[in-house]
Design a binder for this molecule. Structure first.
Ligand code: GLN
Length: 240
């Protein structure tokens, strides 16, 4: 143990937390502990006092109605989120919060949910739900395995970095092979299921940036990833 502590903030667990998203926070905390850090997990829900002192932010998905519930509050805390993102705080936002970290989401019903524009991306509700196991290739993280379940179709602006390229599944939309988005150390993705338990390399990315920002230097522990590897292999070969 280093006696150094990381604080993980779970954004809107009450309204934005489905398909295993909470597992991302649990996996991340466990992984950070294995690397030798103490971990605190904070929950933040609409109307709470926003804790500005956190090292990693994790947010999940939700129904369109959940996104509508948190929308105003998200805009209230947006200046702090933007500042934290621009100064290098690592963040992982999945599905519904990925959409709202973009510019806007127009639902199938025609409601426009305003996003905070951290990603130059916009989303439109589709008629079809895109559901199933999904596999990506990415330069930085290698093969990424997850599970998608959304009807929103996300389009990235010119030059916005994607998380990966889909090998199986749909990802951001039905028109190109991109999945997810990245800016600063913020990752947005449609992959639930939970993403981090199957892709420890992404946990390590978030932890490394948090540790380097807070303590200056990250020395990773040697961790046995054989169970995660099995889970990845099994999920990747399952039908959609
Ligand atoms: N409501 C959004 C959609 O269907 C997000 C769904 C989700 O977070 N799983 O696209």
């Amino acid at each position: 143990m280093t006696n150094q502590k990381l604080t993980i903030l779970q954004l809107y667990p009450r309204d934005m937390n489905i398909y295993g998203d909470w597992g991302n926070t649990l996996s991340l905390a466990r992984r950070a502990r294995k690397h030798g850090y103490d971990v605190d997990i904070l929950d933040y829900n609409p109307g709470d006092e926003f804790p500005e002192d956190f090292d990693i932010l994790v947010g999940g998905g939700g129904q369109d109605s959940g996104q509508s519930v948190i929308q105003d509050d998200l805009h209230r805390i947006a200046p702090v989120l933007r500042d934290k993102a621009e100064t290098g705080t690592p963040m992982l936002v999945i599905c519904g919060l990925y959409q709202l970290f973009g510019k806007d989401f127009t639902t199938v019903g025609g409601e426009v949910l305003r996003g905070i524009g951290l990603f130059d991306a916009h989303t439109v509700g589709g008629e079809q739900r895109l559901i199933g196991n999904i596999v990506l290739n990415s330069e930085e993280f290698g093969t990424i395995v997850g599970y998608e379940n959304h009807s929103g179709l996300t389009y990235l602006g010119e030059g916005v970095q994607r998380l990966g390229t889909t090998v199986k599944g749909e990802g951001n939309n039905l028109d190109d092979d991109g999945e997810g988005a990245r800016v600063h150390h913020v990752i947005g993705s449609y992959l639930h299921g939970s993403l981090l338990s199957k892709n420890p390399v992404i946990s390590d990315y978030l932890i490394r940036h948090a540790v380097e920002k807070k303590f200056g230097h990250f020395v990773p522990a040697q961790i046995d990833d054989s169970l995660a590897t099995k889970a990845r292999e099994t999920a990747a070969t399952r039908p959609r």
